[in-house]
Design a protein around this ligand. Structure first.
Ligand code: AMP
Ligand code: ZN
Ligand code: FE
Ligand code: FE
Length: 277
């Protein structure tokens, strides 16, 4: 039975492996396919595809878009779209510009507390990456203010903490439309991350179905077999395809392994075949 991973990040957003390194790891991990789903960028797809052709690993073009729905940040995965589609570029530029303004605000808040950091320094250190809070988290660690990326989020970068600055988000339905117009399919990412109760989750799923979302990420790092079953049943109720992935970030989330997540994850190749239909 062939296994895959449909959710992974590279240095083009906030992962620590380059796209080529990620594909090599997929090969070494025995995966038949890996989707590169960097936050708000398609910058890693060409390199990953090239490496995949070399190594004989199927690389699925992907993206993870941060969108807004009823004042909540919801992550939407896009797959199998054309990275060069004309609809995609202006949307991504809008997000990058918004992130740029936010990164400058975050850096200014830190400087006001004596932390020597500028957004420009981050862009130099992480060229061509979608720079965001995880990169600032590393800086806070280096300054001795946090013991890990997670700790930096808890103390400084999570909503309500002192260096948190809100981003603006593309409306959920607009992101779905752009990805569909680019020839792709969309999937609701990690449904438990939003901390919704059953009623509110169903409200979101209703909305997802109405705007044309194709699938739901039911298999995900740390989800128990019971949680997976619950999500698969929901996907059945709403007619969504089932997908799965680890949300691998390399060293930024060392507890998550490509393909197997925190240990129990396994995503069968058949789910990718369904997604391609
Ligand atoms: P940003 O897009 O700049 O707002 O950063 C969000 C990203 O930071 C998420 O996609 C995660 O990869 C990461 N992240 C969010 N919360 C945490 C946390 N508590 N600990 C570690 N990483 C986190
Ligand atoms: Zn991330
Ligand atoms: Fe996410
Ligand atoms: Fe992710």
């Amino acid at each position: 039975m062939k296994s895959i991973d449909l959710h992974a990040h590279t240095t083009k957003s906030d992962g620590t492996l380059t796209p080529a390194e990620l594909v090599l790891l997929a090969k070494e991990s025995g995966l038949a396919a890996v989707a590169v789903t960097d936050h708000d960028t398609v910058g890693g797809l060409a390199e990953a595809r090239e490496e995949g052709e070399k190594l004989g690993v199927e690389v699925v073009p992907g993206i993870e878009v941060s969108t807004g729905w009823q004042h909540t940040e919801i992550h939407l995965l896009g797959y199998l779209f054309d990275p060069a589609a004309p609809e995609l570029t202006p949307a991504i530029e809008w997000v990058i510009n918004d992130r740029r303004e936010r990164n400058e605000k975050m850096a200014a808040l830190m400087r006001a507390d004596g932390i020597p950091v500028t957004a420009e320094e981050m862009y130099r250190r992480y060229p061509e990456s979608t720079v965001g809070r995880p990169h600032f988290a590393v800086k806070l660690m280096e300054c001795g203010l946090a013991s890990s990326v997670k700790d930096a989020f808890a103390r400084y970068l999570a909503p309500g903490q002192k260096y948190y600055v809100r981003r603006n988000h593309i409306p959920f339905d607009r992101a779905v439309e752009i990805l569909r117009d680019s020839g792709g399919k969309t999937v609701l990412a990690h449904p438990f991350q939003y901390r919704f109760d059953d009623g509110r989750l169903r409200e979101l799923l209703d909305y997802c179905r109405n705007v044309g979302v194709a699938g739901m990420e039911c298999l995900y790092s740390g989800y128990t077999p019971e949680q997976e079953k619950y999500l698969e049943a929901l996907a059945g109720d709403y007619g969504f395809l089932v997908t799965g992935g680890s949300d691998f970030h390399g060293g930024h989330k060392p507890e998550i392994k490509l393909g197997t997540g925190t240990g129990g994850l396994r995503v069968p190749y058949e789910l990718l075949e369904e997604l391609k239909k």
